[in-house]
Design a protein around this ligand. Structure first.
Ligand code: BGC
Length: 442
């Protein structure tokens, strides 16, 4: 028997770091909403008008009654440890008829925004989130070049009144989604098939952003960052070597993700990314079409949208340049809250990975703080960290909201949550203690 065989050492102990996956200091943690989806009774806009022809349960009606309950909602967000909040103001309340500004409604929004500031939130304010005053829609909505002037006049009226309460301005929400739903899906007000209408709308929205960007910078030299919130999709080809599919990926990436930024270049202080979609292209003959994920084994939300955390890493790295990035929306519609737990942990893990590889991400706004009116789909999709009982308007904190709080308190994802990826997250168990603290008001 050979003498010099190494004596087997005791196997070195496996080393677990058990560390929190940290986010940068000063990271903004919050949630987002939009006025028409939560306020209720926005009777002077194009959506309200359009909803009247639809079944009752698809109308916004009182929505979440946040117009009257904003104090309670902001209080809950504060208890959940959010340090930032994204919301929008409703143009049709402030200027219900042409050139006539309602001082009571301006006063209302001042109170709303002041309430957020008093609670210590960093406020991100969206100036246009899909709805138009009916009088603007009647004149041709964004197809009408004059709408750029109307919007500018509205901003010039409201911005000086509220600027002291706003930290970041978002001029427009998702120009591309608006055009897609109005002109391609024909699911939103003003619906019609018109290539010319689409192009005019695109150019007018780009012009509106540029004008308002310049105005805000000129008027408020203290320099509060101005940007847009843009729906950015992650595209993939089904077969990695299919040229047809690759072409589909490149064209869609160009038109959906980059074109608006190109037309508005040099007028963004940050990039606002709304991330929801991962689209796979599969060739059919000489063309490539979107693959229907519901038919596949992929994990999907209640709306059939694929759960694909890697996609947020991909879009963040694609958009990484000199500008800071805020994830202005990202969320899941699910009545199974455990899926929201896994969603939060796995998507934020990918955000952390992007940050680690050098992407300058400064904040994350979960969509949405509360369940709300999901446009043409009504109230059924449940995106909220907080559940709304639409009969009583009672708010109920979902366990996933506490998972998010746990992440916020650690300014990162603690190991105790990371280890749940791929498993069912028993948030109730993990966070029972925190729930009690919240109930006690600490
Ligand atoms: C919009 C929100 C919408 C959310 C979920 C985003 O496109 O900005 O208004 O509710 O996606 O569909």
């Amino acid at each position: 028997m050979p003498q010099d065989l190494p004596i087997p050492q005791e196997h070195p102990k496996e080393h677990h770091e058990h560390q929190t996956l940290k986010f940068p200091d000063g990271f903004l943690w919050g949630a987002a909403t939009s006025a028409h989806q939560v306020e209720g009774n926005n009777i002077n806009n194009d959506w309200w008008q359009w909803e009247q022809d639809r079944p009752f349960d698809l109308r916004s009606g009182q929505a979440c009654d946040q117009y009257n309950r904003y104090e309670q909602d902001f209080e809950l967000a504060k208890q959940l440890n959010h340090n930032a909040h994204r919301l929008s103001i409703e143009w049709s309340r402030i200027e219900p008829s042409e050139g006539k500004f309602d001082s009571v409604e301006i006063g209302h929004y001042k109170k709303v925004l002041k309430s957020l500031k008093d609670k210590g939130f960093t406020v991100m304010l969206t100036l246009w989130h899909f709805t138009l005053p009916k009088w603007v829609a009647d004149k041709g909505a964004w197809e009408n070049g004059q709408t750029v002037k109307y919007f500018e006049r509205f901003v010039k009226k409201i911005a000086p009144e509220i600027s002291q309460y706003v930290d970041l301005w978002v001029t427009l929400n998702e120009p591309g989604v608006y055009i897609y739903e109005t002109y391609i899906e024909k699911a939103w007000p003003h619906a019609k098939k018109s290539w010319l209408g689409q192009i005019k709308t695109f150019l007018n929205l780009a012009s509106a952003h540029k004008k308002v960007y310049k105005y805000l910078h000129k008027t408020f030299p203290a320099g509060k960052p101005v940007g847009i919130a843009n729906n950015i999709l992650s595209f993939e080809s089904y077969h990695k070597h299919s040229i047809i599919e690759q072409v589909a990926v490149s064209l869609n990436d160009l038109f959906s993700n980059h074109l608006f930024y190109f037309f508005t270049r040099n007028t963004h202080d940050f990039l606002g990314i709304n991330y929801y979609f991962h689209i796979r292209f599969k060739s059919k003959g000489m063309l490539a079409a979107k693959e229907d994920t519901i038919q596949q084994i992929h994990d999907v939300s209640d709306l059939g949208w694929e759960i694909y955390p890697e996609g947020i890493f991909e879009v963040l790295t694609d958009f990484a340049d000199d500008l800071p990035i805020y994830i202005t929306e990202c969320g899941i519609a699910s009545t199974n809250d455990d899926r929201r737990n896994r969603f939060l942990i796995s998507y934020l893990q990918e955000v952390a990975r992007a940050i680690k590889s050098g992407v300058n991400v400064r904040g994350f706004f979960y969509w949405s703080l509360i369940d709300n009116f999901e446009w043409h789909l009504g109230f059924e999709p449940r995106f909220g960290l907080i559940e709304i009982d639409y009969q009583t308007f009672k708010r109920h904190i979902r366990p996933s909201a506490l998972v998010y709080t746990d992440i916020i308190q650690h300014n990162g994802i603690p190991h105790s949550l990371l280890r749940f990826i791929g498993h069912t997250v028993q948030a109730e168990e993990v966070l029972e203690k925190r729930q009690k603290e919240i109930e006690k008001g600490s």
